[in-house]
Design a protein around this ligand. Structure first.
Ligand code: ADP
Ligand code: MG
Length: 230
């Protein structure tokens, strides 16, 4: 099979939209978003609250299906297994499971995806080391600071070796200095993995660490690539 330029994009969205509800209750959260995400992209997604950032990320993570448009790309060809083709999602709050220690929390998604206990623990350990958290692996979530918990949540995503990391205001609950260091660590780890990164953020300092900045307003993505239309 020949690989075309189109396949080389992790994600290609054309006129993608999502409307919640129907009729008089319909809310157009995102409309006509046209863009590509190439491998190793570094993109900040900015925009006021309610502008559609989370809905766009959720569609990319396939937590929410588009109600219009087309979403294709190499990333969707090998979902539903642990391995190098998955998409990882980091939320604003780390959502660690209180009864599990840090290593078990990070290993859990791999176990759900069918990895053996040993494989999952090894991958979890590697991801924690990558983020400088190896020394915390047997701590419980309640023993972590906010920044450590968010780094553990990032390790949980990295352990699956995603090719695309989506983060929804990942530093929103951290003070500025902690948020900055968490983000630096996330970007370094993404470099090591060769993953693309798309981060929704309100923080211009965070956006300044990324190569591209996209803006959303009232469900419209203002920076849309028009290439590849046919
Ligand atoms: P942001 O992340 O930029 O704050 P969202 O994507 O969360 O924006 O929301 C975009 C719009 O979609 C808002 O008007 C919001 O109220 C609406 N919305 C989000 N989720 C839902 C939902 N589950 N049901 C109905 N409306 C929703
Ligand atoms: Mg949001």
């Amino acid at each position: 099979m020949t690989v075309t330029a189109a396949d080389a994009q992790l994600i290609r969205c054309r006129q993608v939209g999502h409307t919640f509800g129907t009729g008089s209750n319909a809310v157009v959260a995102v409309h006509d978003a046209t863009f590509d995400i190439p491998p190793r992209a570094r993109i900040a997604l900015m925009g006021p609250s309610g502008s559609g950032k989370s809905t766009l990320l959720h569609m990319l993570a396939q937590l929410e299906m588009p109600t219009s448009g087309t979403m294709t790309g190499s990333i969707f060809q090998a979902r539903n297994r642990p391995g190098p083709d998955t998409i990882g999602l980091v939320f604003q709050s780390p959502s660690l499971i209180p009864a599990l220690d840090v290593l078990e929390n990070v290993a859990l998604p791999l176990i759900f995806a069918g990895a053996s206990d040993t494989q999952a623990r090894n991958a979890a350990h590697g991801a924690l080391e990558l983020l400088g958290l190896g020394w915390l692996m047997h701590k419980l979530p309640e023993e972590l600071s906010g920044g450590q918990a968010q780094r553990a949540a990032i390790a949980r995503v990295l352990a699956c070796q995603p090719r695309l990391i989506l983060a929804d205001e990942p530093t929103g609950q951290l003070d500025h200095a902690t948020g900055h260091s968490v983000l630096k660590v996330l970007l370094q780890a993404a470099d090591t993995l060769g993953a693309a990164v798309l981060i929704a953020t309100h923080d211009p300092v965070v956006a300044g660490l990324l190569e591209e900045v996209w803006h959303m307003k009232d469900g419209a993505l203002e920076r849309s690539l028009e290439q590849g239309r046919s």
